[in-house]
Design a protein around this ligand. Structure first.
Ligand code: PLP
Length: 405
């Protein structure tokens, strides 16, 4: 008899965004006249920039001729893209990453979710709390999370590291031993970024304990403050303990195009095995490469005109983030993030629960947000707002929130 992976049955039922949709739709049905503004889900709204579109058109035309046609590409990505990434995302910051340490993929979600394939089941996992839910759920599916405790809203075998205003949004080193440590900076959902000094403590911990840091830098392009690390490899010692994930989704509006990459330095070795070689083996077995057309589009963001166009869109989102932050602060709320991130992390008023504040904003301001509790137990007491909306709608949403508070 074929047996299913029973870990799926342990996953908690209602996925956060499904529950938000359910509540939103129910409200809209009951109030058809309400003009809802969505500052909840983290999807982009601005179209692809001209340099990317032109590069993809050219790539399509190439595919239309016998001479230019390309079938299966390299599992690890085309050299033109890996070389551009190595030069612009790393060498330009004084970090030496070779093209063959870069694996291009169809996005950071796949890579974050699949990386567990190269690690033993018995590894102990630590995650920031709150955090992007994929790290926890993918480990749960692979059997590393134990059981789901409904009351605690947490998995028994995962170490949750509170990442809250109280500790300056830098998790303390875990009490329990941790082998696989997920860090995300700038963080989704808190919108805060780790400093080099904070990251160094983690790199030292990982090297001392032979742990691996799984560093998600999907929002790297939103860092505006001087001196903050843009890649974990700016930290001495990171190459022997860290894997980094990057995404073109928020950087260049690729949420629907699908492209990202993962960096695994050659120095990263455990039990005598190169993790770079293991990931290559994993990818060549289960992944047939990202689309040529999409990779051509991604490479266009590293041309001078593409870089300037993409920068203008990121600046547009960052302006929205500032409007939200300043507006909510003017309404008397305590707000974090927004400066190095498209996310604004807002404390609920007077100890109100995340979902209660979500409901209040939905019903009284007709603004949709994301309850912080959906990102982990320590997200309770916060909501997340995103800066990916249109400027006018963002401004109006903020005015409506100010009016009801
Ligand atoms: N990592 C983080 C922290 C994210 O917030 C997201 C998307 O929201 C992703 C990864 C997924 O990126 P991609 O679209 O490249 O799969």
């Amino acid at each position: 008899m074929a047996k299913i992976n029973e870990n799926f049955e342990k996953l908690p039922g209602s996925y956060l965004f499904a529950e938000i949709s359910r509540r939103t739709e129910a409200y809209q049905q009951a109030h058809p006249e309400a003009k809802l503004i969505k500052l909840g889900i983290g999807d982009v709204t601005q179209p692809l920039v001209p340099a990317v579109v032109a590069a993809m058109h050219e790539a399509v035309d190439e595919q239309a001729s016998a001479a230019g046609f390309k079938g299966y590409g390299p599992y690890e990505g085309y050299d033109f893209l890996r070389e551009a990434i190595a030069e612009h995302d790393f060498a330009a910051r004084g970090v030496d990453i070779a093209p063959d340490e870069i694996f291009v993929s169809d996005g950071a979600k796949s890579d974050c979710g699949n990386i567990g394939d190269i690690f033993a089941r018995e590894n102990r996992v630590a995650v920031c709390d709150p955090v992007y839910p994929v790290y926890v759920d993918s480990n749960a599916i692979e059997g590393r999370a134990g059981e789901y405790d409904v009351d605690a809203e947490a998995w028994t075998d995962i170490t949750y590291m509170p990442t809250t205003a109280e500790n300056g949004f830098c998790p303390a080193l875990p009490d329990a031993a941790a082998d696989l440590i997920y860090l995300c900076s700038p963080n989704n959902p808190t919108g805060t970024a780790l400093t080099a000094e904070q990251l160094k403590r983690w790199v030292d911990y990982a090297n001392d304990n032979d742990a691996i840091i799984l560093f998600d830098a999907a929002y790297e392009r939103f860092i505006t403050e001087e001196g903050l690390p843009h890649t974990i490899y700016e930290i001495p010692g990171a190459k022997t303990c860290a894997i980094e994930f990057r995404s073109f989704s928020k950087t260049a509006g690729f949420t629907g195009m699908r492209c990202g990459y993962t960096v695994i330095p050659h120095e990263l070795v455990r039990q005598g095995q190169s993790l770079n070689a293991l990931w290559m083996r994993r990818q060549s077995t289960k992944f047939n490469g990202a689309s040529y057309i999409i990779q051509k589009g991604a490479a266009a963001i590293y041309t001078p005109e593409g870089a300037a166009q993409v920068r203008a869109i990121i600046d547009f989102y960052l302006r929205n983030a500032r409007i939200i932050k300043e507006g909510l602060e003017a309404a008397g709320l305590t707000v974090y993030g927004a400066v190095n991130s498209p996310y604004v992390w807002c404390r609920t008023p007077e100890g109100m629960g995340s979902w209660d504040f979500f409901n209040k904003l939905l019903e009284e301001a007709n603004v949709i947000t994301t309850p912080g509790a959906g990102f982990g137990p320590a997200g309770e007491g916060y909501i997340r707002l995103t800066a990916f909306g249109e400027a006018e709608a963002t401004r109006e949403a903020v005015e409506r929130i100010k009016a009801i508070l």
